[in-house]
Design a binder for this molecule. Structure first.
Ligand code: ASP
Ligand code: MG
Length: 421
């Protein structure tokens, strides 16, 4: 059995979904579990719907209409007789609208998951219906009944035992009937013991694919992308980016930890534990090799560049001019952790402590209010964090250019700089 994952870009419109069909046709003999994200920018769009629901409810209806039209349009383009698929999409939109007429919850993150999860429900309903008509018989499975998390909305923590059991049961059931060798399910979304919807964090569909592969002891996972494989840099910023053909899990974890947007960071550990290789292949050229992350020695002869924009650099000073010591640090870390502020880089000279983060501004403001009881906090907004793995001095100079360096941190393998223009 193989697990395939198609991200938003690879199902963004009718031609992309036709391309997905052609890719699946290349694997006629295989049992496939196909994990699919929301189409194109649907998740961002649903975030807008959610924001309107909380602050400008009069705008909600028009936004949902727009989303419905987009989805219906794709169904109409894909199949000559879209009636049955349209009925299913309309039923989902009716459910979404029903939710949006209730009073918003005081827990924004809860509402987020109940509403934003519709992106994946819609895309998989549409694509599963289309594939069935196009000759790829498949069963649509509800990931919320397979992947079990706790109630940490927007960042559900996995219950591996229950998820494994549910995935095995539901997939086995689906594949034992007459409805083919293919299962279609949603990335990103999961459910609690109370049957409430949760999500696994933005870009979480890769993680969903890994969870499915782990539970099913799959032979491999393939992520189909609009790039030729794993690259050493974002080709939009570094035109001479090259493909990394084969890298060990640990290196891929390092790269995604530093923010390479290749793979969701939680994806690799479950795969590594079961020695399941992860292929990254071109959606446009499925015949090409792509890249593989697997058990192999590190054999890297090019540096990797990871650039993260829109970072905030917080610098925290004790108000009494004491040195930053273990007890301050433990208190600061506690406050950061309570506010779920992810630290991308940190530095600790004698009288201050700096962290670079991409936390959203509402969360950051809440955190700063707490910190300010005891600390003076300065911040630089919209700074850039550049990480280079396997660097040489020349690489650093080239990347920094004439920009102003606020923080620089180096180990033998990695250099990180926080810069402003
Ligand atoms: N649709 C979700 C997102 O855009 C999950 C994913 O695409 O991986 O974040
Ligand atoms: Mg995506």
């Amino acid at each position: 059995m193989k697990v395939f994952k198609f991200g938003g870009a690879s199902v963004k419109d009718a031609p992309a979904i036709e391309n997905l069909l052609h890719i699946l046709r290349r694997y006629p003999e295989e049992q496939l579990v196909v994990v699919i994200s929301a189409m194109g920018k649907t998740t961002n769009f649903l975030e807008k719907v959610l924001a309107a629901y909380h602050t400008e409810p009069e705008k909600v209806s028009a936004l949902v209409d727009e989303l419905q039209q987009q989805h219906e349009q794709v169904a109409i383009q894909l199949v000559p007789d879209p009636g049955p698929i349209l009925d299913k999409l309309r039923a989902l939109f009716a459910k979404l609208r029903a939710k949006l007429t209730l009073d918003p919850s005081s827990n924004y993150d809860f509402d987020y998951d109940q509403i934003v999860s519709f992106g994946e429900l819609l895309s998989t309903t549409l694509i599963s219906g289309y594939l069935n008509l196009a000759g790829i018989s498949n069963t649509w499975l509800d990931a919320r009944r397979m992947i079990r998390t706790d109630a940490t909305y927007r960042e559900g923590k996995l219950d591996w035992d229950i998820s494994t059991k549910q995935i095995q049961e539901m997939v086995a059931n689906a594949l034992s009937g007459n409805s083919g060798q293919v299962v279609v399910t949603q990335g990103f979304i999961a459910g609690t013991a109370e049957n409430l919807t949760t999500t696994l964090g933005r870009e979480g569909s890769d993680y969903s694919a890994a969870i499915m592969a782990y539970a099913l002891n799959a032979e491999c996972v393939t992520i189909w992308k609009d790039v030729p494989g794993l690259l050493n840099a974002d080709p939009k910023r570094f035109p001479d980016a090259v493909k990394l053909d084969k890298i060990p899990y640990e290196e891929a974890v390092e790269l995604s930890y530093y923010g390479a947007s290749i793979i969701h960071p939680k994806t690799l550990k479950p795969l590594q534990n079961k020695h399941i290789p992860l292929y990254v292949k071109s959606f446009f050229h499925p015949e090409n090799e792509g890249s593989v992350i697997t058990d192999c020695p590190l054999n890297i002869d090019v540096p990797s560049f990871i650039v993260k924009d829109h970072q905030t650099l917080l610098t925290i000073f004790p108000r009494d001019f004491s040195f930053i010591a273990v007890d301050n640090l433990s208190e600061i870390f506690n406050i950061l952790s309570q506010n779920r502020i992810r630290i991308n880089v940190m530095q600790n000279p004698a009288l201050s402590f700096s962290v670079c983060t991409d936390a959203e501004s509402a969360r950051l403001t809440r955190c700063m209010v707490v910190l300010q009881y005891k600390y003076k906090v300065k911040y630089n907004e919209d700074v850039q964090l550049i990480t280079i793995r396997h660097y040489t001095e020349g690489d650093i100079d080239k990347v920094i250019g004439t920009r102003n360096v606020l923080v620089r941190q180096m180990s033998r393998t990695t250099v990180q700089v926080v810069v402003t223009d």
